[in-house]
Ligand binder design. Structure first.
Ligand code: IVH
Length: 678
C-alpha cells in the first residue's frame, strides 16, 4: 500500500524541483552558477530521500531523473548515440563502503573488487569522435543526450590530438574526457582581464566553460585550456583492453593525456586511503578537483553491473568538502596593514567551507569591490581552498535584499584619520600616516618580533596591541627600553611572564644580518631578498650606502625592490631607528660575502619528517648559511633529502629518484664538519 503524501511534503518536493531546475539552468545553460555545488547536492539528496519514501513523487520531470539541461541555441546540436551519463556521489568512508558492498552483492561475490582511481577534474565534459584516427567532431555533454558541436573550438586545444598516433585504432572511436583550465592559467587570464578593466571569471570551471562557448575559435585559442581523457563511448572496428586502466593507457599511447595521479586500488579500503592522500595533495595540484572518481576496473564486471537512470552502478565520485559556500555579507571593515595598505575585510555570517568555519574574508581593494559589484546585505559565494585566505568570489544578485547598502571606501584612515591615498599604478590605497598611525606601528612591531625576524618569544600580537594602545611602546626600538614595572602593570601580565619577555628581548639582540634586514619590514623585502642583500653586501653599512644601481646587482633585486630599499634608508626616522636598535645592543656577525666560498652553494636540500634535536627552521637556517637552497618538494634537481621519523611521500620520491638521504644525525655531522656549532 502506498502512503499518502502529506501536503507539506508535496510542496517541498515542488520547491526542490524549482531550486534544482533553476540551478541546472544557471549552471549548464548560462555558465553562471548561483547555487554552490554543496547546496545543489543537499537539495538533490533531500529530494531523493523524499522520493524514496514516497515513490509516487518520482515523475518524469523530476530533476533526479535527468542528467543536465538544454544546450544554448547558437551552436549546432549533436545527438550522443551513447548517452553521456553522470556519476553518483559519496560523501563519507561509510558511503564508499556501502557502494562497494552493493557492487559485491550484485556480483554475488565475497572477493574484493579492484577499482581505478582518478581525480575528478572540475571542468567541462566532452565527447571527441574519431573516424579512422582523425578528429571528426567534438561535442559538449549538454543534457547527456543532446550536446553542442564545439569542434572548431576544441581543435585549438593543444592536448587534443587532431590525428591519433597509431594506425591500428578502431575505425570509430569516441573518447570522453574533461576540458579544464589549470589554476595558473586561470589566474593569469583573470589578471589580464583585470588589467583591461574587465570582470574576469569566478572560477576555473566557469572560465573553461566560457572559453569553449565562444563562437569565435580565435578567442578560444588564446585560452589556457587542457584536455584529460577518462573513458570511451562508441567503439567500432577494433578491440580495446579488458580493464579500464589499460584502456586509458592505450588512449595515452594513441596521443591523449590521462591524469598522472591515476592509480589502481585493490579494494575499497585502498580507495578510501587514496581519497585521503589526494585530499591532502589537493591544494598543490595544478588544477581544481572536487573529488575522486572510483570505477570498477574490469570492463566485464562493469557490463554486468550496468546503469540506473542517472549513473552507472560501477562508479562513484567521492567528493571533498566543498571549497565554495554561500553566506551573507554582514558588514565591511577596513584594516590598515604594515605598509599602510587599507584592506576591506568582509564580515560574514559564519559558514563552514573548505573544512573550517569562516567569518571573515578579504575583499582585497576598491577595484575588487567594484568588480564584484557587492553590497552590504548581499548573499555572496565564499571560496576557501587549502590554506589560502577565504575569498569572496561572487554575488548572488537574485538574492539582493531591498535594503542592501553600498560599500563606502574611507577617504581617511579609520585608525589615525590621516588621508588615504591612492598610489598611481597600484590597486591598493594607503594610509599616509606612516608610523604616526598606530595600526602601522603595531604591524611593524609584530613583524619585527615574528619568528622569522627577531624571534622574540612571548611577544604575541595581542600584547603588542595592548602596549601600543597603553602608550608603553612607540617604536620598534622602544621594545629594548621596556622595564619590568610598567609591564607587570599591564592587564593579564604576571611578574614571571614579564620577566620572561625581558629575557627573550635580551636574547633576541644576538641575531643575523638577514634576519635583522627582514625584521625592518622594508617593502617587498621578504626572507629570501633579505638573505640575498646581506650576502651581497656583507655589512649593513655598505647596504645602507648603496644606490639603486648597486642594489640591482643583487640576485633577484629589480628596480622596484631597489627603489624601496634605497628609499627606506633615505628616511631619517628609519636611520634613527636602525641606530637606536644597534645602540640598544642588537648585533650580528657580518656575512660571508662570496657565494663561491659557500660549501653548499647551488645545492637544493629538502627536509621532511620530524626532526628531534634541531627545529626545522634551525636546520633550514644552517643549510642556507652554507649556501644551500631549502625546497618544499623533491625533484630530480634535489641534492639531498633529510628525512626524520614519519617521513612519507617525499622520502619515497627520493628513493624512487635514487637521491642521497640523510637522517638528522647525518645532517648534524655534516653541519659540524662545515664548522657550524650546534
Ligand atoms: S566518468 C559514466 N571520470 O564528472 C561515467 N567523470 O558527474 C561518467 N568527471 O560530467 C563520467 N573527472 O565531466 C568520469 N575521471 C573522471 C572524471 C569525470 C571529471 C566529470 C564528468 C562528468 C561528471 C560526472
Amino acid at each position: 500500500m502506498t502512503k499518502t503524501i502529506p501536503p507539506e511534503t508535496q510542496k517541498r518536493a515542488l520547491e526542490l524541483h524549482d531550486i534544482l531546475n533553476r540551478a541546472n539552468y544557471q549552471y549548464y545553460v548560462m555558465d553562471a552558477p548561483e547555487l554552490p555545488d554543496v547546496e545543489y547536492d543537499r537539495c538533490l539528496r533531500e529530494l531523493q530521500a523524499l522520493e524514496r519514501e514516497y515513490p509516487q513523487l518520482v515523475t518524469g520531470d523530476s530533476p533526479t531523473q535527468r542528467v543536465g539541461a538544454e544546450p544554448l541555441a547558437a551552436f549546432t546540436q549533436v545527438r550522443h548515440e551513447m548517452p553521456m551519463l553522470s556519476l553518483d556521489n559519496a560523501f563519507s568512508d561509510e558511503e564508499m563502503e556501502d557502494f562497494d558492498r552493493r557492487i559485491r552483492e550484485r556480483l554475488n561475490s565475497a572477493e574484493p573488487v579492484e577499482y581505478a582511481c582518478e581525480p575528478k577534474l572540475d571542468g567541462i565534459a566532452v565527447s571527441l569522435m574519431y573516424r579512422n584516427g582523425i578528429l571528426e567532431r567534438a561535442a559538449t555533454r549538454g543534457d547527456g543526450t543532446v550536446g553542442e558541436d564545439i569542434t572548431m573550438n576544441v581543435r585549438t586545444i593543444y592536448s587534443v590530438p587532431l590525428k591519433l598516433l597509431a594506425s591500428d585504432v578502431p575505425a570509430v572511436l569516441e573518447v570522453r574526457g574533461e576540458i579544464y583550465m589549470p589554476k595558473a592559467g586561470f589566474a593569469a587570464l583573470n589578471e589580464k582581464a583585470r588589467e583591461a578593466g574587465e570582470k574576469g571569471f569566478v572560477n576555473p570551471r566557469n572560465a573553461a566553460a566560457g572559453s569553449l562557448r565562444q563562437l569565435d575559435p580565435r578567442i578560444t585559442a588564446q585560452r589556457p585550456l587542457e584536455l584529460c581523457v577518462y573513458s570511451v563511448g562508441i567503439v567500432e572496428g577494433g578491440e580495446l583492453p579488458a580493464r579500464h586502466s589499460e584502456i586509458l593507457e592505450q588512449l595515452n599511447r594513441w596521443g591523449f593525456r590521462i591524469n598522472s595521479e591515476m592509480a589502481i586500488a585493490e579494494n575499497i579500503q585502498a580507495c578510501i586511503e587514496y581519497h585521503r592522500r589526494l585530499g591532502e595533495k589537493r591544494p598543490q595540484l595544478a588544477y581544481d578537483i572536487d573529488g575522486i572518481v572510483f570505477k570498477v576496473n574490469s570492463i566485464a564486471l562493469q557490463k554486468r553491473l550496468g546503469f540506473v537512470a542517472r549513473a552507472p552502478r560501477w562508479a562513484t565520485a567521492y567528493k571533498f568538502p566543498a571549497q565554495e559556500e554561500m553566506t551573507e555579507l554582514l558588514d565591511v571593515e577596513f584594516q590598515v596593514g604594515r605598509t599602510g595598505a587599507v584592506t576591506p575585510v568582509a564580515r560574514l555570517q559564519p559558514v563552514f567551507v573548505g573544512g573550517v568555519t569562516v567569518s571573515n574574508a578579504t575583499l582585497h581593494n576598491r577595484d575588487e569591490i567594484e568588480r564584484l559589484g557587492v553590497k552590504i546585505g548581499d548573499t555572496v559565494i565564499i571560496r576557501r581552498a587549502g590554506d589560502v585566505i577565504p575569498q569572496v568570489v561572487s554575488v548572488v544578485e537574485s538574492r539582493r535584499p531591498a535594503d542592501a547598502r553600498d560599500i563606502e571606501f574611507p577617504s581617511h584612515c579609520p585608525v589615525c584619520d590621516s588621508p588615504v591615498e591612492a598610489t598611481p599604478g597600484e590597486a591598493v590605497a594607503r594610509c599616509s600616516g606612516g608610523l604616526i598611525c598606530s595600526a602601522q606601528r603595531k604591524q611593524a612591531i609584530k613583524h619585527f618580533a615574528s619568528r622569522k625576524a627577531m624571534d622574540i618569544d612571548g611577544l604575541g600580537d595581542k600584547l603588542v596591541e595592548q602596549m601600543v594602545d597603553e602608550g608603553l611602546l612607540h617604536s620598534v626600538s622602544g621594545l629594548y627600553h621596556l622595564s619590568l614595572e610598567p609591564l607587570v602593570a599591564l592587564e593579564r601580565m604576571g611578574e614571571k611572564s614579564a620577566q620572561n619577555l625581558l629575557d627573550a628581548l635580551e636574547r633576541s639582540k644576538a641575531t643575523t644580518l638577514p634576519k635583522f634586514l627582514y625584521a625592518l619590514g622594508i617593502r617587498e623585502v621578504g626572507e629570501a631578498t633579505a638573505r640575498n642583500l646581506a650576502r651581497h653586501f656583507g655589512q649593513l653599512e655598505k647596504l645602507m650606502q648603496a644606490d639603486t644601481e648597486a642594489l640591482q646587482q643583487v640576485e633577484d633585486v629589480g628596480p622596484v625592490v631597489a627603489h624601496y630599499v634605497a628609499e627606506f634608508f633615505e628616511q631619517p626616522h628609519n636611520l634613527e631607528e636602525v641606530a637606536a636598535l644597534q645602540q640598544a645592543g642588537v648585533h650580528w656577525e657580518d656575512e660571508v660575502q662570496e657565494a663561491g666560498a659557500q660549501p653548499l652553494a647551488g645545492q637544493t636540500w629538502v627536509l621532511t619528517g620530524k626532526l628531534e634535536t634541531l627545529s626545522r627552521s634551525e636546520a633550514k637556517d644552517y643549510l642556507q648559511r652554507l649556501g644551500a637552497k631549502v625546497a618544499g618538494s623533491v625533484s630530480a634537481n634535489t641534492h639531498t633529502v633529510v628525512a626524520g621519523p614519519g617521513a612519507g611521500s617525499k622520502l619515497n620520491k627520493a628513493r624512487e629518484l635514487d637521491l642521497p638521504v640523510l637522517d638528522e644525525e647525518g645532517l648534524m655531522t655534516m653541519l659540524r664538519e662545515q664548522g657550524i656549532e650546534i
